[in-house]
Ligand binder design. Structure first.
Ligand code: ATP
Ligand code: MG
Length: 385
C-alpha cells in the first residue's frame, strides 16, 4: 500500500477542440509546482494521479497543488491492489472515528467481482461492525469513504476532497501587463487574472529617492508570492521620479495623481507591446479613492490606444479585497508601511471628477514623449521563480 495524490480539474473539459492544449499547459503547470520533489504524474480519465514520492511529502505536495489554477480538488489516497482485503486495510486507515458516513465506490474495472453497490454494502457493513460509534447516512453523511477500483488491478481509497484554487491553467489566456503597486488591491487583481488563465507581467513604478529600497523589496516579495500561483513571473520596474517632478513643477497640484496615472498607462501600453501582453490590468475599485472615479478611469483609459484596460476588482468593497488578500497570502506584505510613488507630492485635495479636457489642458505643459522615453530607459527586468 502506498500513498498517491489524486488531482481533479475544473473547466478544462469544457474546452472542446482545444482540450489537448489546455491539458498540456495544465500538466506542465502541475509539474512546475512540484519542482524539487521526486514524483511522477499520470493522466487517467478525468483526473491525474501523483505517484512515486516519499510518504511524508504528501502534505507538501497537496499544499503546492492547491495553488495551481485549474485544480478543482485534491485527495491523498492509498493505492492498493484491487482485492477486498487490501481495500479494507486501506479503508481502516482513512475511516472516520465517529459520526455518520457513506461509502462511495466506483468501478473502472467491470470485471471486478463485486459491483459498486456491493462494494459499498460490504465495506459499509464491515465498518459498522468494526466501530460502534459509526452510523450510515446515505443522504447527508458527515464523512465519506471513497473507493475507486481502477482498470489496472489497483484501487484508490481516500476520504477527503481538499479544495483547489479553481480557475483555468495559467498560460491559456494570454498575458496581461499588471500594474503592481505595494498596496492591497493590485496583488489581488493579479491573482484574479491568473486564476482565469492569464499570465501576469508585473509592472512597478518607483520614484527613488522619494521612495526607498524597502518599498522595492516589498514589491519583489509580493511578486514572489504571486509567482507561487503562476509558476514564476517577470517583474518590470520603472522609475517615474522625473515625471512626478515635472508634473509637480508645471501642472495644477490637484491633478498630480490623475496626470501620473496617464503616464503609467502609456508606459504600461508601450511595455505591453514590447513584452507581448494583450491588455493592461490594474487594482482599481470604483470610487475607492479620488482617482478611481469613473471620470478618473476615463482620463487614464483615454491614453491607451491599442488594448483594453481590465480592472478585476472594480466591483469589490475594500473589505472584500482584504479578505481575498488574506486568503492568497499577500495581505501581511501589502500593509508594510513604505511609501508608494502615488503618495509622493500627494495633493491635499486631489481632483475627484477630472474632465478629460482639463486633464489634457494641463498635460500640454509637459513634454510627454521625452518624459516617457526617459522613464522607459530606466526599465529593469527581474525574473521571479
Ligand atoms: P493598491 O492597493 O493596489 O495600491 P490603491 O487602492 O492604493 O491600490 P492607487 O494607489 O490609487 O490604489 O492605485 C490604483 C492602481 O494603480 C493600483 O491598484 C495599481 O494597479 C496602480 N498603481 C498605483 N501605484 C502604482 C505603482 N507604484 N506601480 C505600479 N502600479 C501602481
Ligand atoms: Mg496604492
Amino acid at each position: 500500500m502506498n500513498k498517491v495524490v489524486i488531482i481533479r480539474y475544473c473547466e478544462i473539459h469544457l474546452k472542446g477542440k482545444n482540450r489537448g492544449y489546455f491539458e498540456r499547459v495544465f500538466m506542465n503547470n502541475l509539474e512546475k509546482s512540484l519542482t524539487g520533489i521526486r514524483h511522477e504524474i499520470h493522466k487517467l480519465s478525468g483526473r491525474y494521479v501523483v505517484d512515486g514520492f516519499l510518504e511524508d511529502e504528501a502534505e507538501e505536495i497537496v499544499l503546492r497543488l492547491q495553488k495551481v489554477f485549474g485544480v478543482h480538488s485534491v485527495s491523498i489516497a492509498y493505492k492498493v491492489s484491487a482485492g477486498m482485503e487490501s481495500i479494507w486495510e486501506a479503508v481502516l486507515k482513512v475511516a472516520p472515528e465517529n459520526g455518520t458516513f457513506k461509502v462511495q465506490a466506483s468501478r473502472g474495472d467491470k470485471s471486478f467481482p463485486l459491483n459498486s453497490m456491493q462494494i459499498n454494502a460490504e465495506i459499509g457493513g464491515r465498518l459498522l461492525a468494526h466501530n460502534p460509534l459509526l452510523k450510515v447516512d446515505v443522504h447527508t453523511p458527515e464523512h465519506e469513504v471513497y473507493i475507486d477500483v481502477r482498470e489496472n488491478g489497483t484501487a484508490l481509497v481516500f476520504s477527503k476532497m481538499i479544495p483547489g484554487a479553481g480557475g483555468m491553467p495559467v498560460g491559456t489566456a494570454g498575458k496581461g501587463m499588471l500594474l503592481l503597486s505595494g498596496g492591497i488591491d493590485s496583488p489581488v487583481a493579479a491573482y484574479m487574472i491568473a486564476k482565469r488563465g492569464m499570465t501576469p507581467i508585473c509592472l512597478h513604478f518607483h520614484s527613488y529617492p522619494y521612495t526607498n529600497m524597502q518599498a522595492r523589496e516589498k514589491v519583489e516579495e509580493l511578486a514572489h508570492i504571486l509567482a507561487g500561483y503562476t509558476g514564476g513571473l517577470d517583474l518590470l520596474v520603472v522609475k517615474v521620479t522625473t515625471i512626478q517632478e515635472a508634473i509637480h513643477k508645471y501642472c495644477a497640484e490637484e491633478m498630480m495623481v490623475t496626470l501620473l496615472r496617464r503616464f503609467m498607462m502609456r508606459i504600461a501600453e508601450r511595455l505591453a507591446i514590447r513584452f507581448g501582453a494583450q491588455c493592461i490590468v490594474t487594482g482599481e475599485s470604483l470610487g475607492q479613492v479620488a482617482s478611481q472615479t469613473i471620470e478618473g478611469m476615463t482620463s487614464s483609459n483615454a491614453v491607451v490606444k491599442t488594448m483594453p484596460v481590465l480592472r478585476p476588482v472594480v466591483g469589490f468593497d475594500k473589505t472584500e479585497i482584504i479578505e481575498r488578500a488574506r486568503k492568497i497570502g499577500t495581505f501581511d506584505t501589502s500593509i508594510l508601511p513604505y511609501e508608494d510613488c502615488c503618495t509622493v507630492f500627494l495633493p491635499k485635495h486631489p481632483i475627484i471628477r477630472p474632465s478629460l479636457a482639463s486633464v489634457e489642458e494641463q498635460e500640454k505643459k509637459l513634454n510627454v514623449d521625452s518624459l516617457l522615453d526617459e522613464a522607459i530607459e530606466s526599465l529593469e527586468v527581474v525574473h521571479i521563480q
